[in-house]
Design a protein around this ligand. Structure first.
Ligand code: AMP
Length: 398
């Protein structure tokens, strides 16, 4: 069965058509600048990437163009809409309602809408994508795969904040965690590589991308993760601050005359390695070049980032009373050898023996970075959220 995987942002829509049985990607692409002007990038398996400007006032037109591209007589990969058996949608926030993926119904959409407040930038866009697909592909089953679902196994002691209990009761203020699809996918893959049962391992996954999070996976379940009520908590990220002393908010409000939305904008968009590097870049490729050219702030940004990852690993070793394997994934985890080497330089106490030579220049490949005799195994495992969504979708609709 072919599954169309859709990942909708507020002005973009990424897609992949995957044969969910052979797990082959038949075509992929992205619609960008939705609501502004519109650009479609489309690439069939083994074919050339094509870019075209198309008017996309809403996500409905974007999906219409995706379907046209997939059915194009020359470069398309399906002849008929019926060859798309199901659609899998990434949905960012499922709150406490969804501990696993679900087939989308009116009730599910209502429940996702109720989570909009918790992810105002993401959930409304995800819902628009769902409704646009429903309009254009009536009768095709749709599945929602939530970023938060994998973390619903966290115990209370991990998800409760040290705040008055009434805010949890009234508003469900608690930690949720994100990137669940990725943490689940790569932790399972690590168990496969190790040839060990997934439900008997202590794994720490470092998903290091533009947004970054670390998760403790104990016996196949997430027991703690670094993101919280929103994806702002935890690691230092591309432009997000991660953990800060909450009193800084009031301090800056007093000093600079900021209001809360202005402070949130700084914490979300002007902080992280971007802010630390003096607004040089949020991209680790630029920071690496600058660091190698002697830029001190770029080096500080990369070192603060790596140190925070190492501290989270340490706290999750404590949370699980041990660790069997540590996995690096996502854009930075898969590609940035400096960050991986820095993080692992703090892990001698765990008995990690790190292959520095193999790490050098290693990009985007599945590899073991620990040497024989290492007490903890260290892997780079490329994440594949689209494939994970296609698998979940197939399992629910077949
Ligand atoms: P993601 O959010 O997983 O797509 O990761 C995106 C981030 O990965 C980019 O902002 C870069 O910081 C980082 N990245 C991608 N490619 C490389 C690379 N070759 N070397 C270092 N960092 C990279």
């Amino acid at each position: 069965m072919n599954v169309l995987v859709i990942n909708c942002g507020s002005s973009s829509l990424k897609f992949q058509l995957i044969d969910a049985v052979s797990e082959e990607v038949l075509a992929k692409g992205i619609c960008e600048r939705i609501g502004i002007d519109g650009r479609l990038t489309y690439q069939p398996e083994g074919g050339e990437k094509e870019k075209s400007d198309k008017p996309m006032p809403t996500h409905t037109e974007a999906i219409q163009f995706v379907i046209e591209a997939l059915m194009n007589p020359e470069t398309g990969v399906v002849k008929d809409l019926h060859e798309i058996g199901a659609v899998g949608h990434r949905v960012v926030h499922g709150g406490e309602k969804f501990a696993s993926s679900v087939v989308i119904t009116e009730e599910v959409k209502q429940a996702v809408t109720e989570c909009n407040e918790l992810a105002p930038l993401h959930n409304p866009a995800n819902l628009i994508g769902i409704e646009a697909c429903e309009n254009l592909m009536p009768g095709t089953p749709m599945v929602a795969v939530f970023d938060t679902a994998f973390h619903q196994t966290m115990p209370e002691k991990a998800y409760m904040y040290g705040l008055p209990y009434e805010y949890y009761e009234k508003y469900k203020v608690r930690r949720y965690g994100f990137h669940g699809t990725s943490h689940s996918y790569v932790s399972k893959k690590a168990a496969e590589i190790m040839g060990k049962p997934y439900d008997q391992l202590k794994t720490i996954v470092c998903h290091l991308g533009n947004g970054s999070s670390v998760t403790a996976v104990l016996n196949g379940e997430s027991v703690d993760t670094s993101m919280g009520l929103t994806p702002l908590e935890g690691l230092v990220m591309g432009t997000r601050s991660g953990d800060v002393d909450p009193a800084i908010l009031d301090f800056l409000a007093q000093k600079e005359g900021f209001d809360i939305p202005e402070i949130m904008d700084i914490l979300n968009k002007k902080s992280g390695v971007f802010g630390l590097s003096g607004e040089l870049s949020s991209d680790f490729r630029d920071l690496t070049d600058a660091m190698n050219a002697g830029d001190k702030k770029a080096k500080i940004a990369m070192d603060v980032f790596s140190y925070r990852v190492a501290k989270y690993i340490g706290s999750y070793v404590a949370a699980m009373n041990g660790v069997d394997d540590i996995v690096f994934t996502a854009g930075i985890g898969e590609n940035d050898d400096y960050v991986r080497a820095q993080v692992c330089s703090y892990l001698d106490y765990l008995g990690v023996i790190f292959d520095k030579e193999l790490n050098k220049g290693l990009r985007g490949r599945q590899v073991e970075l620990s040497l024989p005799g290492s007490k903890v195994r260290v892997f780079v495992i490329p994440t594949n959220e689209e494939l994970a969504i296609a698998r979940e979708t197939l399992a629910l609709v077949k």
